[in-house]
Design a protein around this ligand. Structure first.
Ligand code: MSP
Length: 645
């Protein structure tokens, strides 16, 4: 086992800028890297750009640019965009760098000297888009199996004796159950090898771009034979005798398209030929499709990850850094593993609303507001209720198990589970009722709530580092950055004074969900004119008429100011088992934290109205003394949702 945990992504072609497809693999690797660092491992997270292929040269020509200037510019964009996505990259390798070229030349010379390379004529098809050689029988309707155009090639070339490695490859896969993940893809690789591996062409005629073949400069090294070497070059091989500090790689992340032919056959065979150890694990995840197709420049369905974050920040009002976290979270949670996933802006926005604006936002606001209200803002020095401790342990164990199998999607769900548990726990344990009844359980409930929130901060950190810091900041505690501390009672210490809750992920109103990004700012919604005065009450009404009003006892669960209004509060109230949103003009009389847990009377069958674009599903009864509102509250704690008459 090397002393350094090395985590890699494919190196990306620089014929186009990053999109959410290439971002996904890099994100999965980043989440892995951040998690392993929290566990105390020394991590090297490697990514980079693949610059030597014909595809890149032709893209430069099409853009009318000098190839080197073209690849420099696009490679820079990858670095900038990955930094914007907060990817914790330790090393970025480019195949036009001397360290890479040196390693490729050495691989060539060693394999040639061992007799694994030989000259022959290549006659067959070439797909420039995927830089892959195909034989006639591979083609489907005259195109590559992926539907790309192919060109006929007849050249004197060099071949690699891939066929010599069939048995050794199968034996390695058999004896290393974690070599290829997931299982279904491992089976595909095994049947591909069993069909028989043919020696593979590993050079092309030199087009004036690429790494010339040592001793045969009329040819360049085939771009895949060249690109795969990046992983080894980054370790310092062949010149650094300490390259084994980070070699072999712990995990090489990639999409399924480049697993079978390249990473799971050609690459390990090259390493076997060199007598260099093989990477521990190859993960080949599924694709994210858009409109039924793989996201790619040639399909014209590219979404740039930072544009997505920028649009979200604009639409929702959250900060750009938190919007980046939202893109990270939603993409991790939707990471396609065994089966292809489908990307839509609507799904993305809905995940944002349900998981971040609602679940995470509520858990954070309510926990801090409730501890402020019922414990003077201090985490009580009491034993957290066993239920909360168990929920934290469960979520942590589920997260670890998911990450052990590289299921970052499941890890994201485990992190959210503790948040969802916390919201339910607050509803069922009803700390406001415990406070009213001076119940001795209250301190343990509050400590348990703080522990859950803190555990969520730790679990979410590899996925949403900025959000995790913000949670710690709002709790006025030092961030939990060490895995062992996640879920520990001591991480939510009794006696600690919390800060104040600040909204992080404002809800997207339904009208904005999925709205395609525009450059022009939308017309601001005109606030409705407030009714001038109230109509006079009738001199008398029938009792039947009065009974047509559905008045119910409701409990305020959440309260927050409506942005841009100094009068309105947005409330979430429970009426029995039903949750309602009510927009109430009581901001001048109440601060949001004073309302949490309060029982009030709701006119439950009032026709819903839109106030400042927010739906209000009912009205709270209040007295009006001319100065402001005084809410009507049952004289003592009432059963939830009962009728008032
Ligand atoms: N340059 C080669 C890799 C060489 S590695 C030694 C290459 N580059 S690429 O730019 O085409 O990137 C391919 C990788 O991007 C895929 O394997 C996958 O990891 C990722 N993805 C690109 N589009 C994607 C989706 N639509 N969905 C999921 N992953 C996506 O191949």
């Amino acid at each position: 086992m090397p002393e350094i945990t090395s985590i890699t992504t494919p190196i990306y072609y620089v014929n186009s800028v990053p999109h959410i497809g290439t971002m996904l693999t890099t994100l999965a690797a980043d989440v892995t890297a951040r998690y392993r660092r929290m566990r105390g491992e020394k991590v090297l997270f490697l990514t980079g750009t693949d610059e030597n292929g014909l595809k890149v040269k032709e893209a430069a020509e099409a853009a009318g640019k000098d190839p080197q200037a073209f690849v420099d510019a696009i490679s820079d964009q990858f670095r900038v965009i990955w930094r914007g996505m907060n990817f914790s990259v330790d090393d970025f390798i480019r195949t036009t760098e001397p360290r890479h070229r040196r390693a490729v030349e050495e691989v060539w010379v060693r394999l040639r000297d061992k007799g694994y390379l030989y000259a022959d004529t290549y006659k067959g098809w070439y797909d420039v888009s995927s830089e892959t050689f195909y034989k006639e029988s591979d083609l489907v309707d005259g195109k590559s199996p992926d539907g790309n155009d192919v060109r006929w090639v007849e050249e004197e070339n060099w071949f690699f004796r891939l066929s010599a490695f069939e048995d050794r490859l199968l034996a390695h896969i058999e004896t290393h159950p974690n070599f290829i993940i997931p299982e279904s893809r491992k089976n595909e690789v095994v049947s591909f090898i069993r069909q028989g591996l043919r020696d593979t062409c590993v050079t092309r005629a030199n087009p004036g771009w690429g790494i010339p073949v040592p001793g045969d400069p009329e040819k360049v090294v085939y771009v895949w034979f060249d690109a795969l070497v990046n992983y080894l070059a980054a370790s310092g091989w062949p010149d650094d005798p300490h390259y084994t500090a980070s070699w072999p790689n712990t995990v090489e992340w990639m999409g399924k398209d480049i697993l079978t032919r390249f990473h799971a056959t050609l690459w390990p065979a090259m390493l076997m030929g060199l007598e260099v150890d093989l990477p521990e694990t190859l993960v080949g995840h599924a694709w994210m499709l858009m409109g039924g197709e793989k996201i790619s420049k040639s399909k014209g369905n590219v979404v740039a990850p930072l544009d997505l974050a920028r649009d979200l920040a604009e639409k929702s009002g959250c900060s750009f850094e938190l919007a980046v976290d939202a893109v990270r979270y939603a993409s991790t949670a939707a990471m396609p593993f065994e089966n292809d996933g489908v990307w839509t802006l609507e799904n993305f926005d809905r995940t944002y609303n349900s998981d971040l604006a609602n679940d995470l936002g509520n858990a954070l606001n309510r926990t801090i507001a409730i501890i402020s209200k019922f414990a003077e803002g201090r985490i009580p020095d009491a034993e957290p209720e066993a239920e909360t401790v168990a929920a934290c342990e469960r979520a942590k164990a589920a997260f670890e198990e998911a990450m052990a199998g590289y299921r970052v999607d499941r890890a994201a769900h485990a992190a959210l589970d503790v948040i969802r548990f916390l919201n339910k726990y607050i509803d069922t344990r009803a700390p406001w009722a415990l406070a009213k009844a001076s119940d001795a359980a209250l301190p343990g409930v509050l400590r348990g709530m703080a522990l859950c929130l803190r555990t969520a901060e730790g679990l979410i950190r590899p996925i949403m580092p900025t959000t995790a810091d913000a949670i710690a900041d709002q709790m006025a505690l030092t961030p939990v950055t060490v895995w062992d501390e996640v879920g520990r009672r001591a991480s939510a210490p009794g006696g600690a004074t919390l800060g104040s809750p600040k909204p992080m992920f404002p809800r997207l109103e339904s009208a904005k969900i999925g709205v395609a990004p525009t450059t022009e700012a939308p017309e601001p919604e005109k606030p409705k004119k407030p009714a001038k005065g109230l109509p006079e009450p009738a001199s008398e009404v029938d009792i039947e008429e009065f009974f047509r009003l559905n008045l119910r006892v409701a409990r305020i669960l959440e309260a927050e100011p409506v942005e841009g209004s100094d009068k309105l509060l947005k409330l979430q109230v429970m009426v029995g088992s039903e949750k309602r949103q009510v927009v109430a003009g009581i901001r001048s009389s109440y601060s949001p934290e004073d309302l949490i847990g309060l029982q009030v009377v709701l006119v439950a069958n009032l026709k819903p109205a839109k106030i400042r674009g927010l739906e209000s599903q009912g009205m709270l009864l209040a007295a009006d003394d001319g100065e402001g509102a005084i809410l009507v509250s049952p004289e003592r704690e009432s059963p939830e949702g009962v009728r008032v008459r």
